[in-house]
Design a protein around this ligand. Structure first.
Ligand code: FAD
Ligand code: SF4
Ligand code: SF4
Ligand code: SF4
Length: 419
């Protein structure tokens, strides 16, 4: 009889253990604050010890430091719209599909009024759409690692994209090097839970008298940045779909996520928040490129567009290096040094900080539900929603070349970015 595999506060819910269990005895449940946790069915467990053996928190998986780093952006403006940053993942996925391979990544969808994030297998470019863009809640892995192992054994080229702890989960489960596996992880601030997120959506629906039909965590309509949007039926009228767009300050869930109040507990001691990766590629947002490399924005041969989104790309392995020339055909890429990325992306150096208000926020949620979080937000940040929206509008409509000039003047930069 197995009581637990690793301590709940450190468990990443990567589900390597569940994929390894020969009896299907491990499932996902939720704890009292609504976070996903590993649950063992003792009626099925035969105490074989396999789950503890593959636990991603115990396995020693080889890590790699970046060989080369780039600022990159897809050459295809239309495709760029569907990805959070410069569409590096999308371009690499296209290459893999063109070579007859399969891709795995996180899809996000409203199912029966509930938003879910979960990993899926993709075999063609049409399906690829579903696994693009960031979702800031835990992606449920299901039997993804088992499916990947099957594909690898059948000689398929496989691309996996996920959080660094999921990349570690996959590698721990496989415990073998496969030449036909390419692993991409993202720079990761943390993930919150499906339950908390859906409780937030229900609260917005009640407040606004709407029915939310979809949610996008990184909306690019107002440019590249922390912008969100949801679509909804107004007054329950299914013939009238409307869209609401807002910056991070426009939603209690997003502001608490970015402040470190609602990510999973284990994210604040994340062992993957550094530049030693288990992946072949690490992709993130190239924040502050206007400060580090203004020359890529103002040049004409060709320029990177801030408004459309720019990746920082780290190639961590020789296997990754083999795909560089194919990526360069699809992307504008300029080589940069690692420090120019880490200076503005703290999750490459250390885990996110546990928010000062986290305990109070979670206790309120436990005692009174999401309503209390929403009320507190409405009395504080929410009061200035329109100011934040206006500031965001100005910021995102500034032409790139002017933005570079402004960012050279420190005081204006502070005013715009809220540094
Ligand atoms: C939870 C989360 C936190 C992030 N935090 C940061 C950060 O602090 N700093 C930073 O620079 N970048 C961060 N990123 C990465 C950034 O948002 C982009 O995902 C990254 O730059 C790749 O962008 P892209 O345009 O190449 O591809 P996109 O098309 O935007 O990304 C698709 C990839 O993201 C994966 N993905 C999306 N949501 C999830 C999820 N919930 N769980 C697992 N995988 C997921 C997909 O599987 C796919 O591999 C974060 C991403 C996520 C998912
Ligand atoms: S000990 Fe074996 S049977 Fe029990 S949960 Fe772990 S892997 Fe499954
Ligand atoms: S393998 Fe992953 S999900 Fe399972 S106990 Fe270990 S960290 Fe948690
Ligand atoms: S912060 Fe670390 S533990 Fe949390 S989701 Fe990201 S990689 Fe996983």
């Amino acid at each position: 009889m197995k009581e637990s595999i690793c301590c709940e506060e450190k468990c990443t819910a990567c589900m390597a253990c569940a994929n390894a269990c020969p009896k299907g005895a491990i499932d996902i449940g939720i704890n009292k604050y609504g976070y996903e946790k590993v649950v063992i069915d003792n009626g099925k467990c035969v105490d074989c010890g396999l789950c503890a053996k593959v636990c991603a928190r115990r396995m020693q998986i080889e890590r790699h430091s970046p060989i080369k780093c780039y600022a990159g952006q897809s050459r295809d403006s239309e495709k760029l719209k569907h990805s959070a940053s410069g569409a590096a993942f999308q371009m690499l996925a296209e290459i893999v599909l063109e070579l007859g391979g399969v891709c795995y990544g996180c899809a996000g969808k409203m199912i029966n009024g509930e938003y879910s994030a979960y990993h899926v297998r993709v075999t063609n470019v049409d399906e690829l759409q579903s696994i693009l863009n960031s979702k800031y809640i835990l992606s449920h892995i299901g039997t993804t690692y088992q499916q990947i192992k099957e594909d690898l054994k059948n000689g398929k080229l496989v691309l996996f994209g996920g959080t660094p702890c999921q990349a570690l989960g996959l590698k721990s489960f496989l415990n073998n090097e496969y030449e036909n596996l390419i692993v991409v992880d993202v720079i990761c601030h943390g993930v919150t839970s499906k339950t908390i997120f859906n409780d937030y959506l229900r609260e917005v629906e009640k407040e606004q008298n709407i029915v939310i039909t979809d949610y996008i965590f990184r909306d690019k309509k107002a440019g590249w940045g922390s912008n969100f949007c949801y679509s909804y039926y107004d007054n329950g009228d299914k013939n009238k779909i409307k869209i609401k767009r807002f910056p991070k300050e426009g939603a209690s869930h997003e502001i608490h996520y970015l402040r470190g109040d609602i990510s999973r507990e284990n994210c604040f001691s994340c062992e993957m928040s550094n530049t030693n990766r288990v992946s072949d590629f690490t992709f993130g947002d190239y924040w502050a490129i206007e400060i580090e490399h203004p020359e890529f924005i103002v040049r004409n041969d060709p320029a990177l567009s801030i408004r459309k989104g720019i990746n920082c790309m780290m190639v961590n392995t020789e296997k990754g290096m083999q795909y560089l020339s194919k990526l360069q055909e699809k992307m504008v890429m300029y080589e940069v040094d690692l420090a120019s990325i880490t200076r503005h992306n703290s999750n490459l150096l250390k885990p996110s900080k546990r928010g000062k208000a986290r305990d109070a926020v979670l206790e309120n949620y436990y005692m009174e539900g999401y309503k209390k979080i929403e009320e507190n937000y409405n009395d504080t940040v929410g009061k200035k929603r329109t100011v934040y929206a206006a500031k965001n509008m100005i910021k995102t409509h500034i032409p790139d070349k002017l933005r570079v000039q402004i960012y050279r003047m420190k005081f204006l930069r502070k005013l715009l970015s809220g540094e």
